[in-house]
Design a protein around this ligand. Sequence first.
Ligand code: ATP
Ligand code: MG
Length: 511
Amino acid sequence: MTNAPLLQMKGIAKRFGNMKALSGIDLELNPGDVLGLVGENGAGKSTLMKILSGAYARDEGTISVCGRVVDLDNPRDGSKAGIAIIYQELSLFPDFDAAENIFAGRELRRGNSGASPLDHPAMRAAASRILKGELGVDVPLDRPVRELSLSHRQMIEIAKAISSNADIIIMDEPTEALEEVERKQLFAIIKKLQQAGKGIIYVSHRIQELLGIVSRVMVLRDGNTVADLPVSELDVDKVVSAMIGGSLAKQFPPRVPARSEPSLDVRGLTKKGVFEDVTFSVAKGEILGITGLEGSGKSAVLRAIFGQRAFDTGSIHIEGKQARISDATDAIRQNVAFLPAERKTEGIFPEHSVGWNLSIANLGTLGKITLKPSRERDITKGYISKLGVKCDGPLADITSLSGGNQQKVMLARWLLTQPKVLMLEEPTRGVDVRAKAEVYALIQAAAKEGCAVVVVSADNAELLGLCHRVAVMFEGRITTVVDAATSKEETLALHSVRPPQGQPIQGGIHG
Ligand SMILES: Nc1ncnc2c1ncn2[C@@H]1O[C@H](COP(=O)(O)OP(=O)(O)OP(=O)(O)O)[C@@H](O)[C@H]1O
Ligand SMILES: [Mg+2]
């Protein structure tokens, strides 16, 4: 059967309890195809991909690879059939280093038998060849991956998939955690894989970016295919309207001017070798963006303000009073909220419900001791509907939610505390286009109430659309601050790799 497609999925159906996650999906992939798979949060993309990788069992349908029906009862069957997946929620072993993760399950040995000793130098050399040589990233090879940044972990996950020699490669939102340079690197790799005759399925909410790399787009809505078209017949608007079944209102709400009273005041914050003399202030109602490359210090600064990282010198004032925050409880008491980028290890309590995850930061407001379940349920229900969280209600397991819906719950957790200072790292990571607009509106509503907001994001368009000003960090320092309304994405990108010539910004930024 030489003319059989590389991959054929037919009539795939899957239920979770009463919820129909997928109904009768057909999907075909040929060598050299890059298929973009899109749809709103909860549309069924990851479920379909997990069925293909063998991680989830399907209820109905058949899967054939090169014309042969395959079973795919577990992920091992998936790799045997030549299918590799980069999961949306990273799946690395936190205590292993990069090479151990890349070669997990197919270790290189100093001999031919399965009992021969592991060949660590060979694995490390191969890992370096893929990561540095092919992907162009300088990932530390001698440290457990739990100590590495999210984007480096994402690159290891990608290296693992492309080094497996699979013919079918699934990438479930691979660029959400990547910086621009790394994204470009990944796209070059996708081109190479495509030219080598691999079939690629690429899931993403960054539609514009996706249209630049795929050959075909399949749109899922509520578990059904609503479009499957070559990229030449599509543009962003067409894809978005197929996704949401209508047209989308404006992404960014109009900017509301900030007030004049300062709220968060950070002075001379320094942690040797990580960030130096970071000084900025954010007024009530102001939204300040911070951008910069991996390692520029932006996420370390947020963590220092939130009390998760020590610093050597400098001070933090909130509404004129020196803030002393040494842990999350202190932070919550002083009305400082922080949404970290990585929900899987820093945010989600996987063994608990949606409602519990939502209200955990907020036990004070909801009544710490006399926590009334009915009141908690009302408030959580309100946020679930405001943000369009697709779930079975507050009692559903948090892990049963799609990636983007988990992200919305994390955001709601902090909005609910009505903070004075709200720090958000990648607030719309994995969130679909419609919900993004909701998230922006909620952030702005918090600012309007007088909250000082700091947003760190790798998406410069998001920072310019949402914020009043954007600070650029370079090698631990704030080197530029621009007015968001009058600046361009390219300016931010340029200043992130090379600070502007002339006087460095002294004393940071003031409203
Ligand atoms: N293990 C599970 N148990 C119960 N329900 C689940 C489970 N996994 C997924 N679902 C449900 O199936 C539906 C589809 O989820 P899926 O993760 O496939 O969405 P998605 O399209 O990948 O969304 P996102 O863009 O947010 O990642 C959702 O309603 C989700 O809550
Ligand atoms: Mg998903």
